[in-house]
Write a protein that binds this ligand. Structure first.
Ligand code: CP3
Length: 343
């Protein structure tokens, strides 16, 4: 680790005083970067993970080119699923696809549990390498049980999650068994990433906003409570993200997690109304990355004026960067947030 280690992101997560607002972008490594596209011509997505030097390079690119305050490990939420021998592909422009989706308890009863040292040593090697190379914190990550289950049960992306929710309502015991299986996997995986050097971990529950508050309480909250209370024992900072989940923030505020990350549908006044006490991360609409720079900066400024005044704030998007975004736009936005928040 460098002597000039930038810990502004970790401090903001812990609601400590910071000299400026830290910035990073969800999905900051990816196809909007020319260097990434060139690497992808030589390696498939999962091959990148199998080459720790390449994986570390892709993870470092946004830190080096944008000046963001944290790096996020280059991997996918389906990486540990694939490492368990479950047949999943990442289809370009679509996302994770399974040829044999889960339709009953019998479909997953025989899965072997993840042993990170055996099944994902290449990912842990990348984390160790990055721990030596980076001068900003490394965020490890995993998908949350609901969001992983949605891909496993639907067989791919979905608009309404009917199959997933149908399974949950029709087979509650199998559902809880699946949540337990995925929670154990997630904890095994994140503990290994933390031991290898990740100082923070973010859990992506991208699609859990499809559930009502009541269903979240019944079918999801006990699993998330267990995951975050176990993570708390590691000393790493924890973050929880979902899109379209403003109605769940009151539930999230009860979890033993450090940072809540949500999308643009939630405003500063919503946070007041919900009496959110955690550090928060977000939530600029990523579509604004296609707006003229003046419009983008005006919106970033108003976000900083409203939410940025709270103690414990990390600037991010409400969801991930997408391929059409220009790298210069993200660089200018990072600079703007740093400069404006120093005043
Ligand atoms: O944030 C980062 O830069 C780190 C890497 C990262 C990826 N996926 C790389 C990736 C992270 C944190 C993820 C998380 C992820 N993956 C989520 C949660 C975050 C979110 O966006 O809600 C989800 C739902 C997935 C599932 C997934 N994997 C999708 C929807 C896609 C995109 C499909 C497409 O082609 O548009 C993937 C593939 C994927 N994961 C890519 C990258 C860089 C693109 C693959 C490529 O290079 O071809």
């Amino acid at each position: 680790m460098s002597l000039l280690f930038n810990d502004v992101f970790l401090k903001a997560c812990r609601k400590e005083t910071v000299p400026y607002t830290p910035v990073w972008f969800m999905r900051q490594a990816g196809r909007y970067q020319a260097e990434y596209r060139a690497i992808r011509e030589r390696y498939s997505f999962f091959e990148i993970s199998h080459h720790p030097e390449v994986c570390a390079e892709v993870t470092r690119l946004p830190v080096e080119k944008l000046g963001v305050d944290a790096a996020i490990l280059f991997a996918d939420i389906m990486t540990p699923i694939k490492a368990r021998g479950i047949d999943v592909e990442l289809v370009e422009g679509v996302g994770p696809v399974l040829n044999h989706p889960v339709r009953s308890g019998a479909d997953f009863a025989h899965w072997r549990q993840l042993d990170p040292a055996r099944d994902l040593s290449f990912v842990l090697d990348s984390v160790e390498l990055l721990h030596q190379q980076l001068n900003v914190p490394l965020i490890g990550f995993a998908g949350a049980p609901f969001t992983l289950a949605s891909y496993l049960i639907e067989g791919g992306p979905s608009r309404n999650y009917h199959q997933t929710k149908g399974f949950m309502y029709a087979h509650p015991d199998d559902w809880m068994a699946l949540m337990d299986d995925l929670a154990e996997m997630t904890l095994n995986y994140l503990r290994a990433q933390i031991r290898a050097g990740a100082q923070a971990v973010q859990i992506f529950d991208s699609w859990v906003g499809a559930l009502s508050e009541e269903d979240y309480q019944i079918y999801i909250a006990p699993t998330m409570e267990k995951i975050f209370s176990e993570l708390q024992k590691t000393g790493a900072v924890s973050l929880y993200f979902a899109a379209g989940a403003g109605h769940l923030l009151r539930e999230w505020n009860k979890l033993p997690v450090d940072v809540l990350s949500f999308d643009w549908r939630t405003s500063a006044s919503d946070l007041e109304g919900l009496e959110i006490t955690k550090a928060v991360q977000g939530n600029l609409d990523p579509s604004l990355l296609l707006a003229p720079q003046s419009v983008l900066e005006a919106r970033a400024k108003s976000l900083l004026d409203q939410i940025g005044d709270r103690s414990g704030y990390i600037f991010n998007l409400g969801h991930g960067v997408f391929p059409e975004v220009r790298e210069e736009t993200l660089k200018a936005l990072t600079d703007f947030v740093h400069t404006y928040s120093k005043k």
